[in-house]
Design a protein around this ligand. Structure first.
Ligand code: 5GP
Length: 187
Protein backbone atom coordinates (compact mmCIF):
# COMPACT_ATOMS: atom_id res chain seq x y z
CA UNK A 1 0.00 0.00 0.00
CA UNK A 2 1.30 3.46 -0.94
CA UNK A 3 1.18 6.36 1.50
CA UNK A 4 0.55 8.78 -1.36
CA UNK A 5 -3.10 9.47 -2.20
CA UNK A 6 -4.07 8.91 -5.83
CA UNK A 7 -5.63 11.48 -8.13
CA UNK A 8 -9.19 11.59 -9.34
CA UNK A 9 -9.78 12.10 -13.07
CA UNK A 10 -13.24 12.69 -14.47
CA UNK A 11 -14.14 12.40 -18.15
CA UNK A 12 -17.45 13.84 -19.36
CA UNK A 13 -18.92 14.74 -22.71
CA UNK A 14 -22.05 14.18 -24.77
CA UNK A 15 -23.26 10.72 -25.67
CA UNK A 16 -21.50 9.41 -28.77
CA UNK A 17 -18.43 11.63 -28.41
CA UNK A 18 -16.07 8.69 -27.85
CA UNK A 19 -15.56 8.97 -24.07
CA UNK A 20 -15.80 5.21 -23.66
CA UNK A 21 -13.08 4.56 -26.25
CA UNK A 22 -10.80 7.20 -24.72
CA UNK A 23 -11.43 5.70 -21.30
CA UNK A 24 -10.37 2.25 -22.58
CA UNK A 25 -7.22 3.73 -24.09
CA UNK A 26 -6.37 5.56 -20.83
CA UNK A 27 -6.87 2.41 -18.77
CA UNK A 28 -4.58 0.43 -21.07
CA UNK A 29 -1.88 3.10 -21.18
CA UNK A 30 -1.69 4.07 -17.52
CA UNK A 31 -0.76 1.39 -15.07
CA UNK A 32 -1.82 2.98 -11.83
CA UNK A 33 -5.25 4.00 -13.08
CA UNK A 34 -8.45 2.22 -12.09
CA UNK A 35 -11.97 2.71 -13.33
CA UNK A 36 -14.83 3.09 -10.92
CA UNK A 37 -17.78 1.04 -12.20
CA UNK A 38 -20.97 3.06 -11.79
CA UNK A 39 -24.39 1.86 -10.73
CA UNK A 40 -27.26 2.43 -13.13
CA UNK A 41 -30.96 1.71 -13.40
CA UNK A 42 -30.82 1.56 -17.21
CA UNK A 43 -31.18 -1.82 -18.84
CA UNK A 44 -28.01 -3.53 -20.12
CA UNK A 45 -27.36 -3.22 -23.86
CA UNK A 46 -26.55 -6.30 -25.87
CA UNK A 47 -23.16 -7.61 -24.80
CA UNK A 48 -23.05 -5.62 -21.56
CA UNK A 49 -22.46 -7.57 -18.36
CA UNK A 50 -23.34 -6.76 -14.80
CA UNK A 51 -20.24 -5.61 -12.92
CA UNK A 52 -18.25 -4.95 -16.10
CA UNK A 53 -19.65 -1.83 -17.84
CA UNK A 54 -22.00 -1.01 -14.96
CA UNK A 55 -23.60 -2.49 -11.90
CA UNK A 56 -27.13 -2.81 -13.23
CA UNK A 57 -29.48 -2.31 -10.29
CA UNK A 58 -33.21 -1.75 -9.75
CA UNK A 59 -34.80 1.62 -8.97
CA UNK A 60 -35.51 0.32 -5.46
CA UNK A 61 -31.87 -0.55 -4.87
CA UNK A 62 -30.75 2.79 -6.28
CA UNK A 63 -33.15 4.58 -3.93
CA UNK A 64 -31.82 2.51 -1.02
CA UNK A 65 -28.22 3.53 -1.85
CA UNK A 66 -29.29 7.20 -1.94
CA UNK A 67 -30.95 6.85 1.49
CA UNK A 68 -27.84 5.16 2.89
CA UNK A 69 -25.70 7.99 1.49
CA UNK A 70 -23.52 5.53 -0.43
CA UNK A 71 -23.06 7.71 -3.53
CA UNK A 72 -20.26 10.20 -4.07
CA UNK A 73 -22.54 11.63 -6.75
CA UNK A 74 -25.59 10.54 -8.69
CA UNK A 75 -27.80 11.99 -11.38
CA UNK A 76 -30.67 11.27 -13.70
CA UNK A 77 -29.08 11.12 -17.15
CA UNK A 78 -31.08 10.60 -20.37
CA UNK A 79 -33.53 7.89 -19.26
CA UNK A 80 -32.07 6.42 -16.09
CA UNK A 81 -30.23 7.01 -12.84
CA UNK A 82 -26.46 6.70 -12.66
CA UNK A 83 -24.24 6.95 -9.59
CA UNK A 84 -20.69 6.48 -8.31
CA UNK A 85 -20.17 4.58 -5.09
CA UNK A 86 -18.23 6.66 -2.57
CA UNK A 87 -16.38 3.78 -0.96
CA UNK A 88 -14.95 2.45 -4.23
CA UNK A 89 -13.37 5.78 -5.05
CA UNK A 90 -12.08 6.53 -1.56
CA UNK A 91 -10.55 3.07 -1.10
CA UNK A 92 -8.68 3.28 -4.39
CA UNK A 93 -7.44 6.83 -3.77
CA UNK A 94 -6.27 5.91 -0.28
CA UNK A 95 -4.43 2.92 -1.71
CA UNK A 96 -2.49 5.37 -3.89
CA UNK A 97 -4.30 4.50 -7.11
CA UNK A 98 -5.44 7.09 -9.60
CA UNK A 99 -9.14 6.78 -10.29
CA UNK A 100 -11.05 7.47 -13.48
CA UNK A 101 -14.75 8.30 -13.54
CA UNK A 102 -16.71 8.59 -16.75
CA UNK A 103 -19.77 10.49 -15.64
CA UNK A 104 -22.10 13.23 -16.84
CA UNK A 105 -21.74 16.96 -16.17
CA UNK A 106 -24.23 17.07 -13.27
CA UNK A 107 -22.28 14.33 -11.49
CA UNK A 108 -18.86 15.82 -12.28
CA UNK A 109 -19.86 19.16 -10.79
CA UNK A 110 -21.16 17.43 -7.65
CA UNK A 111 -17.79 15.70 -7.24
CA UNK A 112 -15.91 18.96 -7.86
CA UNK A 113 -17.76 20.57 -4.96
CA UNK A 114 -16.78 17.77 -2.61
CA UNK A 115 -13.32 17.18 -4.03
CA UNK A 116 -12.01 20.40 -5.64
CA UNK A 117 -8.73 18.66 -6.47
CA UNK A 118 -10.53 16.41 -9.00
CA UNK A 119 -9.22 16.84 -12.56
CA UNK A 120 -12.10 17.41 -14.98
CA UNK A 121 -11.76 16.62 -18.66
CA UNK A 122 -14.55 17.38 -21.13
CA UNK A 123 -14.58 15.65 -24.51
CA UNK A 124 -16.28 17.58 -27.33
CA UNK A 125 -17.19 16.48 -30.86
CA UNK A 126 -15.92 18.51 -33.83
CA UNK A 127 -19.55 19.54 -34.40
CA UNK A 128 -23.10 18.61 -33.38
CA UNK A 129 -23.69 17.21 -36.88
CA UNK A 130 -20.77 14.81 -36.51
CA UNK A 131 -22.06 13.78 -33.09
CA UNK A 132 -25.53 13.06 -34.45
CA UNK A 133 -24.08 10.93 -37.23
CA UNK A 134 -21.91 8.98 -34.78
CA UNK A 135 -24.93 8.30 -32.56
CA UNK A 136 -27.00 7.14 -35.52
CA UNK A 137 -24.19 4.90 -36.76
CA UNK A 138 -23.68 3.08 -33.50
CA UNK A 139 -27.29 1.77 -33.53
CA UNK A 140 -27.52 1.48 -29.74
CA UNK A 141 -30.48 3.85 -29.28
CA UNK A 142 -33.94 4.05 -30.78
CA UNK A 143 -35.26 7.34 -32.28
CA UNK A 144 -36.73 8.63 -28.99
CA UNK A 145 -33.58 7.95 -26.97
CA UNK A 146 -31.51 9.49 -29.77
CA UNK A 147 -33.55 12.69 -29.54
CA UNK A 148 -33.07 12.85 -25.77
CA UNK A 149 -29.32 12.30 -26.10
CA UNK A 150 -28.93 15.03 -28.73
CA UNK A 151 -30.93 17.53 -26.68
CA UNK A 152 -28.77 16.69 -23.66
CA UNK A 153 -25.61 17.09 -25.76
CA UNK A 154 -26.49 20.74 -26.32
CA UNK A 155 -27.06 21.29 -22.59
CA UNK A 156 -23.83 19.50 -21.64
CA UNK A 157 -21.73 21.39 -24.19
CA UNK A 158 -22.91 24.66 -22.65
CA UNK A 159 -21.21 23.66 -19.39
CA UNK A 160 -17.81 22.69 -20.78
CA UNK A 161 -16.15 25.86 -19.45
CA UNK A 162 -16.47 24.49 -15.94
CA UNK A 163 -13.89 21.85 -16.88
CA UNK A 164 -10.13 22.21 -16.54
CA UNK A 165 -9.46 20.54 -19.89
CA UNK A 166 -11.52 20.49 -23.09
CA UNK A 167 -10.48 17.83 -25.56
CA UNK A 168 -11.76 17.76 -29.15
CA UNK A 169 -12.32 14.23 -30.39
CA UNK A 170 -11.98 14.76 -34.12
CA UNK A 171 -9.30 12.17 -34.72
CA UNK A 172 -9.14 9.39 -32.11
CA UNK A 173 -5.34 9.04 -32.21
CA UNK A 174 -4.84 12.76 -31.69
CA UNK A 175 -7.39 12.85 -28.89
CA UNK A 176 -5.68 9.88 -27.19
CA UNK A 177 -2.35 11.70 -27.47
CA UNK A 178 -3.89 14.81 -25.90
CA UNK A 179 -5.34 12.73 -23.10
CA UNK A 180 -1.91 11.19 -22.49
CA UNK A 181 -0.43 14.69 -22.16
CA UNK A 182 -3.12 15.66 -19.64
CA UNK A 183 -2.40 12.59 -17.50
CA UNK A 184 1.35 13.20 -17.67
CA UNK A 185 0.89 16.85 -16.83
CA UNK A 186 -1.17 16.00 -13.77
CA UNK A 187 1.04 13.21 -12.35
P1 5GP B 1 -24.73 5.26 -21.25
O1 5GP B 1 -26.16 4.97 -20.94
O2 5GP B 1 -24.54 5.68 -22.68
O3 5GP B 1 -23.78 4.18 -20.81
O4 5GP B 1 -24.31 6.53 -20.36
C1 5GP B 1 -25.09 7.66 -20.37
C2 5GP B 1 -24.41 8.79 -19.63
O5 5GP B 1 -24.35 8.51 -18.23
C3 5GP B 1 -22.97 9.11 -20.06
O6 5GP B 1 -22.89 10.50 -20.25
C4 5GP B 1 -22.16 8.68 -18.88
O7 5GP B 1 -20.99 9.45 -18.77
C5 5GP B 1 -23.10 8.94 -17.74
N1 5GP B 1 -22.75 8.19 -16.54
C6 5GP B 1 -22.27 6.94 -16.47
N2 5GP B 1 -22.04 6.58 -15.19
C7 5GP B 1 -22.37 7.66 -14.44
C8 5GP B 1 -22.35 7.93 -13.03
O8 5GP B 1 -21.97 7.12 -12.21
N3 5GP B 1 -22.79 9.14 -12.65
C9 5GP B 1 -23.22 10.11 -13.53
N4 5GP B 1 -23.59 11.27 -13.03
N5 5GP B 1 -23.25 9.89 -14.84
C10 5GP B 1 -22.83 8.68 -15.29
Amino acid sequence: MSNKTGKLFIISGPSGVGKGTLREIALKKFQNLVYSISCTTRKPREGEQDGVQYRFISHEKFEEYIQKNLFLEYAHVHSGFYGTLKQDVINALNAGQNVLLEIDVQGALQVLEKMPEAILIFVVPPSLEVLEQRLINRHTEGPEELKIRLANARKELALKDQYKYVLVNDDLEKAAEELKKIFENEQ
